[in-house]
Design a binder for this molecule. Structure first.
Ligand code: UDP
Length: 194
């Protein structure tokens, strides 16, 4: 596949439409998990500094350019990326899709009560989403909890633990998820809860 390397991170060069087509195909096939990284400058800088984080990114199926900074860097490198794909917008696109197709979503992360509020607002916006589960990001994220989340068989797992934890978590536990889309969403639950 076509990629552009920004410092130590390979960013996938594909349009938003092409990404969605590939992800939705995988969801419909229900055969494999998909780990998506929405790369912003913070992620690229963290990958530069941390080998553990770099290794986690190697497990990603898609690393997409989340925002203007990455687009600009690709231009400076004379390998312009096709299209910016904003993580927060992608979250909404997935929620909308989940509502339309009656897919289930798991909200994992943020302070106590925040993901609950975010889920409530998500249901208001996208009434037919199925909530597989909700869990805050400060009462553990180890093996036991990962298994508990995986056992709910979510179609989408949105991980709001921040960088670097959310990608490290997704990379470490991806194997537990038979057919889920895993994506780090940073502080999105805080935004969606308001
Ligand atoms: N967070 C968490 N557990 C932790 C550390 C952070 O759930 O151990 C949450 C935090 O409450 C916030 C999100 O992770 O909702 C990180 O948000 P931030 O704005 O720092 O991330 P960004 O959007 O900048 O990636």
């Amino acid at each position: 596949k076509s990629q552009v390397m920004i410092t130590d991170t390979f960013i996938d060069n594909l349009s938003r439409e092409a990404l969605l087509k590939k992800v939705f195909e995988k969801v419909e096939e229900h055969r494999k998990s998909v780990f998506i990284v929405t790369a912003n400058p913070e992620i690229v800088m963290t990958a530069r500094k941390s080998s553990l984080y770099r290794e986690s990114l190697l497990k990603a199926d898609f690393i997409i350019p989340d925002g203007y900074g990455i687009m600009l860097a690709s231009k400076v490198l004379k390998q312009p990326l096709e299209e910016k794909i904003v993580g927060y917008e992608l979250l909404h696109t997935f929620l909308k899709y989940a509502s339309k197709k009656e897919k289930s979503v798991y909200f994992f992360g943020a302070r106590k009560g925040i993901a609950d509020l975010a889920a409530r607002n998500a249901i208001e916006l996208y009434p037919n989403i199925k909530i597989a589960g909700i869990r805050d990001g400060y009462s553990g994220h180890g093996d036991h909890i990962a298994e508990e989340i995986a056992n709910t068989n979510p179609d989408f797992v949105f991980i709001g633990l921040g960088v670097p934890l959310q990608e490290q978590w997704a990379a470490k536990y991806k194997y537990l998820f038979e057919a889920s889309v895993l994506m780090g969403v940073g502080g999105s639950f805080d935004v969606l809860s308001g």
